[in-house]
Design a protein around this ligand. Structure first.
Ligand SMILES: Nc1ncnc2c1ncn2[C@@H]1O[C@H](COP(=O)(O)OP(=O)(O)OP(=O)(O)O)[C@@H](O)[C@H]1O
Ligand SMILES: [Mg+2]
Length: 153
């Protein structure tokens, strides 16, 4: 559970080709709006249908809300990517912060688990459901990294 030592292993564009990337710094609440805008724009550019575009923007928004809420600040890199194996295009969201970290990722991933009294605890489970690939790692006192991808069907 508690991971204190070691290095982060997740990084933007791990095991894929990056075609285009946009970095969004997260500092204030309103940066969430910027994330939603960029996620939609990049989804359209990648060629996703508008239903997918909305889903991807929702996932991006959940991740940026978590960063602002739990780590105060961080950054997101949203990229159009290409699968090395089959050449399919996709969208990747890499969320990174140097906040407190998550003690128990399995618990945090559970539906309706929240460390805050007035939150639903549905953010991360819905991100996982929306995206085709989901990776998360956290080092206590050092921060959290989330890497998610959705591929074109
Ligand atoms: N970047 C992060 N840094 C530290 N802790 C985090 C981070 N993201 C999530 N967590 C922890 O994981 C828990 C679950 O996150 P999740 O997004 O699923 O739910 P929530 O944010 O509590 O509620 P909701 O997203 O439904 O408003 C959070 O309550 C928090 O304790
Ligand atoms: Mg959340």
């Amino acid at each position: 559970m508690d991971k204190l030592e070691g290095e982060f292993t997740l990084f933007q564009g791990k095991n894929v080709n990056i075609l285009e990337s946009v970095l969004v710094k997260l500092v204030e609440d309103y940066d969430n709006g910027h994330v939603i805008f960029i996620a939609r724009e990049m989804s359209v550019k990648a060629g996703f249908m508008s239903t997918d575009e909305v889903m991807i923007a929702t996932a991006a928004s959940e991740l940026s809300t978590n960063i602002i809420r739990y780590a105060k600040k961080g950054e997101m890199i949203i990229s159009i990517i290409k699968n090395l194996k089959d050449g399919r295009k996709g969208l990747e969201i890499y969320a990174s912060d140097n906040g407190p970290g998550i003690r128990d990722i399995e618990l945090a991933m559970q539906e309706q688990y929240s460390s805050l009294p007035n939150s639903l605890g549905l953010g991360l489970p819905s991100v996982k459901r929306i995206m085709d690939e989901f990776y998360m790692e956290s080092l206590m006192g050092r921060g959290t990294r989330v890497l998610v991808r959705r591929w074109m069907k």
